[in-house]
Design a binder for this molecule. Structure first.
Ligand SMILES: [Zn+2]
Length: 531
């Protein structure tokens, strides 16, 4: 339909649209999960943030909702994390919850990595109820579902074959027992459910060596775990999950989500949760990954960016948009400037280009107080301050107060300090040489000036004299335009001359804010070629 009117729903922010479609009469449970099998990557934050946005949108729609984040810590160690001590090789195939922590302080391998991740997502304002699958199994809360899955193993096998084309052996059961002899769960193969117990054998896998033990055991109360697609479907029912997305890889035809969906509806008689497939979030980009080997870690990221800025990277894009973010080049400067621009639109000082801007700004806030009543205050330009902190004598707070028009409020000072800390780290770790800045020594500037043409000297001289008398950037800017239009020096050339005298190259920070942050007599002298 050409020129069709957009419906109200099309105009809604994606999460609000989903929230509006959910049944108000029943409790909504937003679910998400992660296997803590090693250091969790920054990219994994996207799933948490998407689900947190959904949770908040449903709450804002006045519906009863809970957000549960599951750590699948009962899964086996089936890959060996880079950099982990070789002594951990002996734990391959064991449940992650039964492997010791690689560093002191955590009660298990799984908890160690999960805790690191929880700390960061809580910084970002995501506060789900955390669920540990090992505890859940051990408390017997999966017992009924295990029984159902074992009784209907033939049908589950048929679903696997039909939907995903995976063939299982005739007596296959959708369960992995924890071997009583060696503690592994990865390679145990179970069969022959007699209504109470299963028989099992501890075998080799691609990644682990089984001990060969054969036994018979009750699979209840944490002595066994459902195989993962069956486990996925079972936990939906057990926790009453009604909304759950996953990375788009799970949604391939015949993929894991399709299998879990069939099992959920046909075996457990439970409707599949509302589906939200999402694209990947690559943090560090190709350039960073190849140069540093591992990309940027969760901790580094958490240190580099204030939580609302990090959250904003994910909040601003719809789930189906792939994000490939790299902290080098001018990406971070642009990120801050976009965030500030969304703030401007949100507080009505700029016309919105997109109706979602206000909502995105709100949902980027990391405390409920800021989200429900976003705070309007002066946000110092990150690009400018990143340059200014490199000039030793500049008092950044004074410059920013001058730009604002009055002294900074306590909240604005906090914001400034946050941004200065972020800028320092950025300059130290990620910024290119282009963003690094040194004021040219006197002799070098004089030498450069000596090489300028008479026309160039005259335009610079005239501008310097004007600058002495005029503080307003707009007037200064008009003067530059006037001089370059008539003085035989192009605008580009004029900028290059100024940068050459100040920072010794042809490019630099935004010229007028930079000039006005420096000592005026110094700038005037430089442009006149005297010091
Ligand atoms: Zn064993």
């Amino acid at each position: 339909m050409e020129n069709a009117e957009k419906t109200t729903e099309d105009k809604m922010f994606w999460a609000d649209r989903i929230a509006s479609e959910l049944d108000a009469g029943k409790k909504q449970v937003v679910g998400d999960a992660k296997t803590p099998s090693g250091r969790i990557h920054v990219g994994s934050l996207r799933g948490v943030v998407i689900h947190d946005i959904l949770f908040k949108a449903i709450k804002d729609a006045g519906k009863n909702v809970e957000f549960v984040y599951r750590f699948d810590d009962f899964d086996p160690m089936d890959g060996f994390p880079k950099g982990l001590d070789e002594s951990f090789k002996r734990y391959m195939g064991m449940p992650l919850c039964d492997i010791p922590s690689p560093e002191k302080g955590a009660e298990s391998f799984a908890r160690f990595y999960a805790d690191e991740f929880i700390e960061v997502f809580e910084h970002l304002g995501c506060k789900p109820r955390v669920h540990w699958s090992s505890e859940y199994y051990r408390a017997g809360k999966m017992n009924d579902l295990i029984r159902t899955a074992l009784e209907r193993a033939v049908e589950i096998k048929e679903i696997n074959e039909r939907v995903s084309g995976t063939k299982k052996k005739g007596d296959w059961l959708p369960i992995n027992v924890v071997c009583e002899k060696c503690g592994q769960i990865g390679g145990t193969v179970a069969s022959d459910f007699d209504g109470e117990t299963v028989s099992y054998e501890c075998k080799d896998t691609k990644y682990s060596k089984g001990c060969g033990h054969k036994g018979r055991i009750s699979p209840l109360n944490g002595r066994a775990k459902l195989t993962w697609k069956v486990d996925w479907a079972a936990i939906w029912k057990s926790l009453g999950v009604t909304v759950e997305g996953a990375g788009k890889d799970h949604y391939a035809a015949g993929g894991s989500h399709a299998v879990a969906t069939e099992i959920s509806t046909k075996i457990f008689n439970y409707p599949t949760p509302y589906d939200v497939p999402y694209e990947h979030f690559l943090f560090g980009g190709k350039k960073m990954s190849s140069s540093k080997g591992l990309g940027v870690s969760l901790k580094e990221m958490d240190e580099l960016l204030p939580p609302e800025i990090l959250r904003f990277i994910m909040t601003r894009y719809k789930p189906r948009t792939a994000i490939d973010f790299s902290p080098d080049g001018d990406t971070i400067i642009k990120l801050y400037s976009d965030y500030d621009s969304f703030a401007e639109a949100s507080f009505g000082r700029r016309e919105s280009r997109d109706p979602d801007e206000k909502r995105i700004f709100e949902l980027s806030q990391t405390t409920e107080d800021n989200r429900l009543t976003p705070k309007d205050y002066y946000r110092p330009n990150f690009g400018l301050l990143a340059y200014l902190i490199q000039v030793p004598y500049i008092k950044v707070e004074e410059v920013m107060a001058k730009r604002k028009g009055c002294a900074l409020s306590p909240m604005e000072k906090i914001e400034l300090d946050k941004r200065i800390a972020s800028a320092r780290l950025w300059l130290e770790r990620y910024a290119d040489d282009e963003q690094k800045l040194v004021i040219v020594p006197h002799a070098e500037a004089v030498k450069a000036f000596a090489g300028f043409t008479a026309k160039q000297e005259s335009v610079l001289h005239e501008f310097a004299s004007f600058l002495e008398q005029h503080d307003a950037e707009e007037e200064q800017w008009n003067k530059i335009r006037e001089l370059t239009a008539t003085g035989g020096v192009s605008l580009k050339e004029f900028f290059e001359l100024c940068y050459t005298l100040l920072v010794g190259r042809k490019k630099g920070p935004k010229l007028l804010p930079f000039i006005n942050a420096l000592e005026k007599s110094f700038v005037v002298g430089r442009l006149k070629g005297v010091h």
